[in-house]
Design a binder for this molecule. Structure first.
Ligand code: TRP
Length: 449
């Protein structure tokens, strides 16, 4: 049943959980996790990652969900309850903007995945000799049209899902794709582990090089990855939480999603690293790991062609349900603000995000000499959005929930029954999480000087 004010709602709790998990599981778990873990020594990174999930990710997630469930409104309105300074709205607007900004370049990388999926499906990529693979990726990026076309196709698909609505678009896509993704990633990991690189991969991911833990950059990388992967700090969880009925148990949902998202990244790592080690390649390849290194693995492994088809399907589908969540944030805001229908606001917003992504799409190729803040456009946008906007919005959100709203209401909205848990959670929201994030911001600022 729709509530009387006509706001959309999830079909049921499972639908909400799947949609939220689908927002969390995306390029971040497969493409970003594998290369960041690869660059940061594997197991030591994983340890720092799990620590950050428990101490900062989980409390922040619950705060975001509670804010949405309490306000039953888009992210801007959620920051504007009666009796609270209107200045907080700025934080909501920043969240909606940041969501839009991430979407614009996220779709570019997802477009690369679409291109690779299509290339393996029609066999053209599978026929390339090993030595041509890296050059092929570079040539694709350098083409004036190809990355743009795939970026626009992916954005159109994202817009179509969002335009179909909360229940018949976002929730349905998650219901269909999430179980499929879970099966697929398990099968890929099982197959990869049979290739002979399993022992090395386990050692890489599970036996830490303790000296790495002394590097502050490790924790920064871990915290950034936690935010990105759990999808915290953009108002996605506020928006998704706002489509809940009354009386949902949020703590259980937050724990399930955090655990599910982390397991997904781990299993994806088990699909990627054994294959990389079995063929003697280097896991510390950076962002090109999924697009340059893995295809070299695919040509050498038995059945590699089909492994590649499954892998890039996984990447595209996971990216789609995440991009959908990013688009939903500004769409929900614009619908309320303008009073117009879903389709009417989705089309221009998706189009604007596609246009905003053009520099990122061309920046690795024809606009290769363009620099924003001294970096190529895609890296610059990822840096501004993930390393700056994400933590800033997260601090504002935690500050709002921890300090601006009445404590009793917030704790009730979060639904923590035990007084002890409620106290530790509130302490994390007020002090631990914002301070840790602020330190991360400061360290990032110092490091980029
Ligand atoms: N979590 C997604 C991923 O891992 C990306 C994503 C979706 C996201 N919604 C978000 C990132 C909100 C930051 C904020 O790919």
């Amino acid at each position: 049943m729709e509530p009387q004010d006509g706001r959309e709602q999830w079909g049921n709790r499972a639908g909400f959980m799947l949609a939220t998990l689908a927002s969390a599981v995306g390029l971040g778990n497969i493409w970003r996790f594998s290369y960041v873990a690869g660059e940061n020594g594997g197991a030591a990174f994983l340890l720092a990652y799990v620590l950050c999930v428990v101490a900062i990710g989980l409390p922040a997630m619950l705060a975001e969900l509670a804010l949405g469930a309490r306000a039953r409104a888009d992210v801007v309105e959620a920051f504007a309850p009666p009796g609270v300074s209107r200045a907080w709205r700025g934080a909501g607007a920043l969240a909606a903007f940041a969501s839009f900004a991430i979407l614009s370049y996220y779709s570019v990388v997802a477009g690369w995945a679409c291109r690779y999926f299509a290339g393996y499906l029609d066999g053209s990529l599978a026929r390339l000799p090993r030595d041509d693979l890296a050059g092929n990726f570079a040539a694709f990026l350098a083409s004036p049209a190809e990355p743009l076309v795939w970026h626009f196709i992916f954005m159109a698909a994202t817009g179509a899902v969002v335009a179909a609505g909360v229940r018949r678009g976002i929730e349905l896509a998650a219901r269909v794709l999430m179980p499929l993704l879970a099966v697929l990633v398990l099968m890929l990991a099982g197959y990869a582990l049979s290739l002979g690189g399993a022992a090395k991969a386990f050692a890489f991911l599970l036996v830490p090089d303790w000296s790495r833990l002394a590097d502050p950059g490790l924790y920064l990388a871990a915290l950034g990855q936690v935010f990105f992967s759990l999808g915290i700090g953009m108002g996605v969880l506020v928006t998704y939480g706002s489509y809940l009925g009354h009386g949902e148990r949020l703590p259980g949902a937050a724990v399930t999603i955090a655990v599910g998202d982390t397991l997904f990244a781990l299993v994806a790592g088990m699909a990627i690293f054994p294959a990389v080690f079995a063929f003697g390649l280097d896991p510390a390849q950076g962002p090109a790991l999924a697009f340059e290194t893995l295809p070299q693995v695919f040509v050498q492994m038995p059945g590699g062609h089909w492994f590649a088809v499954a892998f890039f399907f996984l990447l595209v589908a996971a990216a789609l349900t995440s991009a959908v969540s990013l688009l939903e944030v500004p769409v929900a805001y614009a619908m309320r603000r303008s009073g117009r229908g879903r389709l009417t606001v989705t089309v221009p917003i998706a189009l604007a995000a596609a246009l905003a992504g053009i520099p990122a799409a061309l920046g690795a190729g024809v606009w290769r000499d363009v620099r924003l803040l001294g970096r190529p456009p895609l890296e610059a946008m990822d840096h501004i959005a993930a390393d700056l906007l994400l933590p800033v919005v997260a601090i504002a959100l935690l500050g709002f929930v921890g300090w601006a709203l009445p404590r009793r209401e917030v704790v009730a909205a979060a639904g923590l029954r035990s007084a002890g848990l409620a106290r530790s959670w509130f302490g994390a929201v007020r002090y631990l999480a914002p301070v840790a994030i602020a330190l991360m911001l400061a360290a990032t600022a110092l490091a980029s000087q």
